[in-house]
Design a protein around this ligand. Structure first.
Ligand code: NAG
Ligand code: NAG
Ligand code: NAG
Ligand code: NAG
Ligand code: NAG
Length: 503
């Protein structure tokens, strides 16, 4: 069972290394594919790469008494918890003009990081005269049921309310609450999300069309469930990204694994490896090292964004090493090029982030994203084993995952056939260098269920803050998205007018 990526769309949080990438995970096998967070890796690893906007002074925080269980009527379901949301009124054209609302749907992490990392709302607020709303996902940040994190995460009895359907219902309730409170009954709402949050945005539009007029679902791999997407797709893209950046770099990485295995099998081999890679603790197995390297390659591919292009940075280190250096020294030079000068590199001390803990439950219940490593990659093959995964989850939580629930509840199979005449107003945006893009919607499905992708884009790139240095293709992608959303709104206002004129 290899990876089941986390999706944190948890953008950059600089403090703790929130984005501890990958599917950290469930012990057996690694589950550390990069989660779905929009920015993670890059930023964290590299202080030079900080680019995000500062938190606006115009944000106001609110709490909504949220219902614990939206879907049944037993007395305990009526319990409530305080759910955090944040609003910015500065650019809003007011309720009496039916001015729009842009609502960011939080994903698998505290909301705080997203406020700076999700640029799309702020960057477009003026253009739309929009009210900006950001809502935190239940069980993260300050939106914790049962009074404390400790209680909420105690066991499956309390974690059971932690799922996507409840989260989407939370968002629907809060959006309705805001519209009522502001008497903005006819303000169109566009929901925006990235990664796992992008999935939530697209599903909210499909399930609650009366709540959101449309959705921007950035890098949302809604088709990486069951066997809709080949399990090896993720690591094939990682491989392709490296190969495109540099053939020699790709070859060096590909040839490094057997060398690691060979050294590890020699007497004192693990301490030799620990020395070569300046590990923070002596290695206990070669897979510890291999997992960390795999994870690093996956992260840099997922977040391979301009202007830094971390894949190129890693390959610059590998290719730039002295010809005569041996292969593992070259690999290590790639690690250093990416991580910078540090006192040690592999297995640094870290604390588990909220995302690590929360996403582990989410992947062990419904978000079973079966990612394995196939042949013909630059990695050693490591197939995803569903049975092992199920056993692993059972031993952690006492309950097994439901790997087919997402496609039963939201669909995914034959999506083009199914959504061609159902649903509307969803943009699925992707960057094709993002390994998760292979589980995304990459084809236009109907006139308003649209795929907008860029060949050289990375994970959630379009919803990150605009930068001076943005390449033309990224600027164009965002312009296309805005134009599409403006079209939805124009149609909506025309429909509204037509209805209101009638007696
Ligand atoms: C969870 O813990 C509570 C209280 O400690 C206990 O009553 C309940 O049976 C436990 N549930 C599971 C699934 O273990
Ligand atoms: C790392 O340290 C070396 C030697 O101390 C120095 O030459 C190099 O510029 C440093 N690299 C970075 C990225 O700071
Ligand atoms: C982990 O958390 C502890 C307690 O909060 C803190 O003292 C320690 O510095 C943290 N370690 C890291 C690596 O962040
Ligand atoms: C889908 O349609 C939109 C709007 O016409 C267009 O910008 C986009 O390039 C199309 N996507 C694909 C994958 O053809
Ligand atoms: C993508 O990047 C490659 C290599 O950097 C470049 O050759 C190609 O023209 C780019 N493609 C587009 C569509 O921007």
């Amino acid at each position: 069972m290899k990876y089941s990526p986390k999706f944190p769309v948890q953008w950059l949080q600089f403090k703790v290394m929130v984005l501890s990438i990958l599917l950290t995970g469930i012990s057996a096998g690694r589950t550390d594919i990069p989660r779905l967070s929009p920015t993670r890796g890059v930023i964290i690893e590299h202080p030079d790469f900080l680019s995000s906007a500062t938190v606006s002074d115009d944000l106001q925080t609110f709490y909504y008494p949220q219902t614990l269980d939206h879907f049944n009527y037993q007395p305990q379901s009526y319990a409530t918890f305080q759910q955090r949301y944040v609003m910015n009124f500065k650019y809003w054209g007011e309720a009496n003009n039916n001015a729009p609302i842009l609502a960011y749907l939080g994903a698998e992490g505290p909301l705080d990081g997203d406020l700076t990392v999700i640029g799309f709302l702020n960057d477009n607020a003026v253009r739309f005269n929009a009210l900006l709303v950001y809502i935190e996902h239940r069980y993260y940040g300050k939106s914790i049921p049962f009074g404390s994190r400790e209680e909420a995460f105690k066991n499956a009895s309390t974690l059971g309310y932690f799922n996507s359907a409840q989260a989407i219902a939370d968002y629907a309730e809060i959006i309705m609450h805001i519209k009522n409170k502001l008497r903005a009954f006819y303000s169109p709402v566009i929901v925006v999300g990235g990664s796992y949050g992008g999935m939530l945005a697209s599903w909210l539009r499909l399930k609650y069309p009366h709540v959101a007029l449309g959705a921007l679902a950035s890098s949302a791999p809604i088709l990486y469930f069951d066997k809709i997407t080949p399990r090896g797709a993720y690591f094939s893209v990682v491989t392709k990204d490296f190969r495109e950046a540099s053939e020699t770099c790709y070859q060096t990485i590909r040839n490094s694994w057997p060398v690691i295995d060979r050294i590890a099998s020699q007497p004192n081999g693990l301490s030799t490896l620990s020395m070569i890679f300046k590990t923070c603790k002596p290695l206990k197995s070669s897979s510890e090292l291999k997992n960390e390297l795999e994870t690093m390659y996956a992260v840099v591919a997922q977040y391979n964004r301009p202007p830094w292009y971390p894949v190129t940075v890693v390959c610059g280190g590998i290719d730039g090493a002295n010809e005569k250096q041996n292969i593992l020294d070259k690999i290590f030079a790639g690690v250093v090029a990416y991580k910078g000068n540090r006192s040690c590199y592999i297995n640094p001390p870290t604390n588990e982030s909220e995302t690590d803990v929360g996403w582990r439950w989410q992947t062990c219940s419904e978000m079973v994203i079966p990612i394995g490593i196939g042949k013909r990659t630059m990695f050693q093959p490591e197939p995803f084993n569903l049975n092992n995964f199920i056993e692993e989850c059972k031993s952690l939580y006492g309950v097994p995952p439901r790997p087919h629930w997402v496609t039963s509840y939201y669909g995914g199979h034959d999506i083009k056939l199914i959504l061609h005449r159902f649903g509307s107003n969803i943009i699925f945006s992707n960057g094709l260098r993002d390994p998760y893009s292979r589980g995304g919607v990459l084809e236009n499905i109907s006139e308003s269920i649209l795929a907008v992708h860029t060949v050289n884009g990375s994970h959630c790139l379009d919803v990150l803050p605009e930068m001076e240095s943005d390449p033309e293709w990224l600027v164009k992608q965002r312009e296309t998205e805005v134009k599409i959303i403006k079209g939805w709104m124009a149609q909506y206002y025309a429909d509204l007018k037509a209805i209101q004129i009638k007696p």
